[in-house]
Design a protein around this ligand. Structure first.
Ligand SMILES: [Zn+2]
Length: 373
């Protein structure tokens, strides 16, 4: 994997992350394909709308259908029919947020499946084994996502656990490298809660181990925006310049603008897809809820500035009707639009950085994104 920075506009930057399965233009948005599917979309549709990379969840695919089954079919790429790069998360976040009965030790985490209550264990080696079996292009080190709020002492323990696990993930891949050719790139995940000194320490410990990219985890976990922005603007510029910087799980575009302004390159979030299914749609004039009565007989397109299939072919009245009648097509058309809108936004943002006008782009969109119902 090779990362090259193309343009810089103060701290914002554009770049290309080259993988064996294709190039990723950064700043990049990664649609989330939790169970090996970006809900309601085919992989051809994702490629057509300009997605360079998608994210799949290790925890979910491990529980079902099982990484062994996916490995035996040749990996995630043939299994889900996606030719581009795939980033897999470590499973850590879901173990803490979805499963019951977690017992955390230095070895890893024992937990019960949120599906059938069966007992499982996930640790750094197991998380790497699963991500390798899936045929991931970018694997994430196994971490403990520090909850919010976290007392200082807890955040220290959590950070130390995460650093130790990160080292073991790297060692696992180094051992594997002796007998296999295709291994994923590995990103380390920084924790530290809302404590700046711990964020810095976490980053330093990861840089000592050495990773292909660095991620900030444990943000957008319930803290006030000001606290998140404070950490983003503190740590972003300190992350290694020559490596991709990934802000995990943050996808509100206002937050993305702050993060890109502080040098972050990669993002993922279920916001465009989940909101689409709930009828909340992003437009170049702000957010709208398609179920509103005012759209009942509105013949105009959802967003006249949007070039997506939905906006080119359907009226707001029809989209409202589909949503109210709970038709399957509603989820398809809404998701198509929201993802297209997000990917198009990232394309415009890259262009603005390349033309040295990121700060006016941010100002303009901060106003638009505030607008919504
Ligand atoms: Zn559209």
């Amino acid at each position: 994997m090779q990362f090259s920075i193309k343009h810089k506009d103060i701290s914002a930057r554009t770049g290309i992350l080259e993988t064996s399965r294709g190039a990723i233009r950064t700043p990049a948005f990664m649609p989330v394909g939790t169970l090996g599917t970006v809900k309601a979309m085919s992989t051809d549709e994702l490629a057509d709308m300009g997605a360079d990379i998608i994210l799949c969840n290790t925890y979910h695919l491990y529980l079902r259908p099982g990484h062994d089954i996916i490995r035996d079919i040749g990996g995630l790429h043939p299994f889900i029919n996606w030719r581009g790069p795939i980033l897999t998360d470590s499973g850590g976040f879901q173990v803490y947020s979805l499963s019951a009965l977690r017992r955390i030790s230095d070895e890893g985490v024992e937990f019960r499946s949120h599906i059938d209550g069966s007992l499982h264990f996930l640790g750094p080696e197991k998380a790497m084994e699963i991500q390798c079996a899936l045929g991931s292009d970018i694997a994430m080190a196994f971490d403990e996502c520090t909850p919010y709020p976290a007392e200082y002492d807890y955040a220290v323990k959590s950070l130390e656990l995460t650093s130790g696990w990160a080292r073991r993930c790297k060692e696992y891949l180094n051992r594997e490298a002796e007998n296999r050719t295709a291994l994923p790139a590995l990103f380390g995940i920084m924790q530290g809660g809302m404590h700046k000194d711990l964020r810095k320490r976490s980053l330093e410990e990861l840089v000592d181990i050495g990773f292909d990219g660095y991620a900030a985890g444990g943000l957008s976990v319930g803290e006030p925006k000001e606290e998140m922005y404070d950490i983003i603007s503190y740590i972003g510029p300190q992350m290694p310049e020559e490596r991709p910087r990934y802000l995990m799980g943050v996808g509100d575009l206002r937050d993305v603008l702050v993060a890109v302004g502080n040098g972050f390159d990669m993002f993922d979030c279920v916001m465009p897809t989940r909101n689409a299914r709930n009828g909340t749609l992003f437009t170049s004039r702000g957010r709208i809820s398609i179920k509103r009565t005012e759209f009942k007989a509105d013949p105009s397109p959802l967003d006249p500035d949007c070039g997506c299939y939905t906006c080119r072919n359907y009226s707001k009245a029809y989209l409202r009707h589909l949503f109210m009648a709970r038709e399957i097509l509603s989820m398809r058309l809404n998701t198509l639009h929201n993802l297209y809108f997000y990917l198009d936004f990232f394309g415009r943002m890259r262009k603005a950085i390349e033309e040295g006008r990121f700060s006016s782009f941010k100002k303009e969109w901060d106003v638009i994104l505030e607008h919504g119902d």
